[in-house]
Ligand binder design. Structure first.
Ligand code: AMP
Length: 430
């Protein structure tokens, strides 16, 4: 494993002037640790595995050197290698939102390359015709979800036999969303000789197997824990049935803007939005049943600050690029420990401090302990003033590593007057 070089500048990373000029305009003052480590190896043509979350700046880590390398190849080989519907750089991503977002970032980084690099995003849920038109004459960088990419290959809109660089972005997510077969099919269509870059927040067995099969003598990059963007994690005990009240109280008390709330089911998004509305809080929902047009509109409104509270499911929220998201709330706990890390990665991006809150009632205690154990974290259980948890539950919670039975007397709401930690004070001061 390599270690971070904290004081590196973009100039020292040997990026060309038009890219440097754009980074200055975008106020990227210094490479993030993942960028400082990844960029030189990508420029050197190495295969690479990087452990990186969204928010680490991983998009620029692969996009900047890819733009630079493809530009150099284009100068050298201009006509020879790019006939018809070629693709030079292929970036595979798990969701349409991420495809669009990555392509937008690349186009932005390429602002001063005078249109030399053509970047196209393709994803399902919208008409393939427009995408086919965009692919005419080939494309330098294609950002794609696996399913739509295969459709376009089978209708001859695109050929993958000239790919020089392959990026698997959020590889763990791609596999956990069930894209394994599509991915295998795509990989079989790529040339043997190519550069492969794999980014993943976690490395479950499936990802490790893929890594072994696909990468040649890869460099492994894992951020040191203190390099990661700063996310303050907090966990609040709440009484069963009081989560909505606590959430509404926190949102109002802290006047959070751009709060992203996670629930586990599409209909829970709607239910929670209705319940918050009755408490005077307007929230929008973001889940897989909503059409592409709606999702784009809501996301834009959330990004621009028109919407303060967005309630989302994991799949819909995956890969959203929302700068400086101040707070992420687990209303329902994520099913897996790795999803917890993905969720909290939505906040505290690239140097910004974010807040990740989890609301847990007694039924969540055990599950949350598992999440902590697997992620090697241990958080103090806190209480929200005015919503203190019954004494007997608090006592049981102290033994939180054991599975919990429903404690007697939960309905009585016997409040604990002096909460050990007054979380509200901390939040107010934060
Ligand atoms: P990513 O992890 O690629 O989704 O990037 C997270 C956010 O950080 C995006 O909004 C980027 O525009 C921003 N970002 C990436 N690299 C830098 C940097 N070196 N300096 C400042 N912001 C950055």
């Amino acid at each position: 494993m390599t270690t971070a070089t904290m004081s590196t500048t973009f100039t020292e990373l040997a990026l060309i002037q038009p890219l440097l000029a754009r980074l200055t305009e975008m106020e990227y003052r210094q490479p993030t640790p993942i960028q400082a480590q990844v960029i030189p190896y990508v420029l050197a043509g190495r295969d690479l595995i990087a452990g990186a979350n969204t928010g680490s700046g991983k998009t620029a880590a692969f996009a900047l050197p890819m733009l630079q390398s493809i530009l150099a190849q284009k100068d050298a080989e201009y006509t020879k290698d790019r006939k018809g519907n070629y693709v030079t750089g292929l970036i595979l991503v798990p969701t349409r939102e991420l495809a669009k977002q990555v392509a937008d970032s690349i186009k932005s980084y390429a602002t001063h390359l005078n249109g030399a690099i053509k970047t196209v995003a393709v994803f399902g849920g919208v008409s393939a015709n427009t995408q086919m038109l965009a692919l005419r004459g080939g494309t330098d960088i294609l950002v794609a979800t696996p399913g739509r990419l295969l459709d376009l290959v089978s209708s001859n809109a695109i050929k993958l036999d000239r790919v020089k660089t392959l990026v698997l972005d959020e590889a763990d997510r791609m596999l956990s969303l069930g894209f394994t077969e599509e991915l295998t099919e795509v990989l079989a269509k790529l040339p043997q000789q190519k550069q492969t870059l794999l980014f993943s927040a976690t490395f479950p067995e499936q990802v490790q197997a893929l890594t072994q099969e696909l990468l040649h003598d890869p460099i492994e990059i894992q951020l040191q824990s203190d390099d990661a963007s700063t996310v303050v994690q907090r966990v609040f005990n709440v009484n069963k049935g009081e989560k909505t009240a606590v959430l509404a109280h926190l949102i109002k008390a802290h006047q959070w803007r751009q709060a992203l709330i996670f629930v586990n089911a599409k209909n829970s998004c709607e239910h929670l939005a209705d319940k918050l509305f009755k408490r005077g809080i307007e929230a929008e929902v973001f889940h897989g049943d909503k059409g592409q047009g709606y999702r784009t509109r809501i996301l834009d409104a959330f990004k621009s600050g028109e919407i303060d509270v967005l309630i989302a499911t994991d799949i819909a929220a995956r890969g959203l690029d929302i700068e400086k998201l101040p707070v992420v709330i687990n209303f329902d706990l994520p099913r897996s420990p790795s999803d917890y890390m993905h969720r909290i990665g939505r906040s505290g991006r690239a140097g910004e401090v974010g807040l990740a809150l989890s609301l847990i009632d007694y039924e969540d205690f055990h599950h949350f302990s598992v999440i902590e154990k697997k992620n090697k974290i241990r958080l103090e259980r806190e209480q929200v003033e005015g919503f203190e948890v019954d004494d007997n539950i608090t006592q049981a919670m102290l033994d939180a590593n054991k599975p919990m039975a429903k404690p007697a007397g939960t309905g009585k709401k016997k409040r604990k007057k002096n909460a050990q930690v007054n979380a509200d004070v901390w939040l107010r001061n934060s």
